[in-house]
Design a binder for this molecule. Structure first.
Ligand SMILES: Cc1cc2nc3c(=O)[nH]c(=O)nc-3n(C[C@H](O)[C@H](O)[C@H](O)COP(=O)(O)O)c2cc1C
Length: 325
């Protein structure tokens, strides 16, 4: 399949693995890139420039295909050393950066100077247009279904994607709720040039996370995510568990009075406990409604090959057969 996204990033299939905290390690990114998609290392999971440089080197050892690095800009009391992380990416020769969380304008001149393609993750048309106007090369349009931070507008992809197509000139991928060939073909039909998957890629053989997490996704249904931290304007979609239900109860009780300190035990330091130790009750971790469409734990190559083969059948046979003679 050839789209503006495959051309832009020099990849075989229009499928991207979005940055994921404690999941987007070298093994994950390399597996996706080796299978013809675009794998992405999550910069902030490494934290320091030295560790990020090592992870990039490790990924290079595992694939000779293009891969990217995710840089998430989040409000933080002690922000990560973004200038050094950006410089590390540039020095490493990585040619794709996925930005998210906040306007990446400050970093664009440096990244563009180094001939790096920037795909910015946006949950609204207005942010997508802003990203286009400041020079981003592509957008990852993240609908309300998505795992992680869907923003505060709550527009699902059936509306958001065609709206993005109506407004944007630069290519975009559909993100949030994407799992299979139907997701890909529907995204293309709505004007996207490919799709980005987060949650689906966690349930693969190569995902460097505890097996409990993979089996948890297979067991979960589309009813098992919760939206948390809305009153803090930092809404996040997470997989439910006892800690998340406790958090939701606190939100109900405290309403607008809720402060971050009230829920810190349910959200801080959770990722290593879930992803490494497999403690599924540890706290809140990002997960999409698409968990309901996760039925197995294939290799990344099996997953991507299946998506591309079935997409072909949908386009040529199912859709083709609807044409009246
Ligand atoms: C466990 C997990 C961790 C994530 N961490 C990040 C992150 O650190 N930075 C980021 O930009 N997006 C993050 N995301 C969002 C994904 O990159 C992607 O946009 C999202 O998962 C798409 O929705 P889906 O899960 O329905 O496929 C995360 C998602 C998950 C499931």
């Amino acid at each position: 399949m050839k789209t503006r996204i495959t051309e832009l990033f020099g990849i075989e299939h229009p499928i991207i693995q979005g940055g994921m905290h404690y999941v987007g390690l070298a093994e994950m990114a390399a597996a996706v890139s080796n299978a013809g998609g675009l794998g992405i290392i999550t910069g902030l999971t490494q934290g320091t420039p030295e560790k990020l440089a090592n992870e990039i080197t490790k990924c290079r050892g595992l694939t000779d295909k293009p891969f990217g690095v995710n840089l998430t800009f989040l409000p933080a009391v002690t922000p990560p050393d973004y200038p050094s992380l950006v410089q590390t990416i540039i020095d490493s020769g990585v040619k794709v950066v996925e930005t998210a969380g906040n306007n990446p304008q400050k970093w664009l001149p440096q990244l563009k100077e180094a001939d790096i393609k920037v795909i910015h993750k946006c949950t609204s048309v207005r942010h997508s247009l802003k990203a286009q106007s400041i020079g981003c090369d592509a957008i990852s349009v993240d609908g309300f279904e998505c795992g992680g931070h869907p923003g505060e507008d709550d527009i699902p992809n059936f509306i958001l994607l065609p709206r993005a197509a109506d407004e944007l000139d630069i290519p975009f991928v559909a993100s949030g709720g994407m799992a299979d060939a139907r997701s890909l073909v529907a995204s293309l039909a709505m004007g996207a040039d490919g799709m980005n998957m987060g949650t689906r890629f966690i349930a693969t053989q190569e995902a460097p996370v505890h097996d409990n997490v993979k089996q948890g996704l297979v067991a979960a249904s589309e009813l098992d995510t919760r939206l948390i931290m809305r009153s803090l304007r930092n809404t996040e979609r997470v997989l439910t568990n006892t800690a998340v239900e406790r958090l939701v109860e606190k939100e109900r009780e405290l309403g607008a009075e809720l402060k971050f300190e009230d829920i810190v035990s349910e959200v801080a330091g959770v990722y290593p406990r879930v992803m490494i130790d497999g403690d599924m009750q540890a706290g809140a971790w990002s997960c999409g409604m698409v968990a309901g469409l996760v039925y197995d734990v294939p290799t990344v190559k099996e997953l991507i090959d299946r998506i591309m083969a079935e997409a072909d059948v949908i386009i040529v046979e199912r859709l083709g057969n609807f044409r009246a003679a």
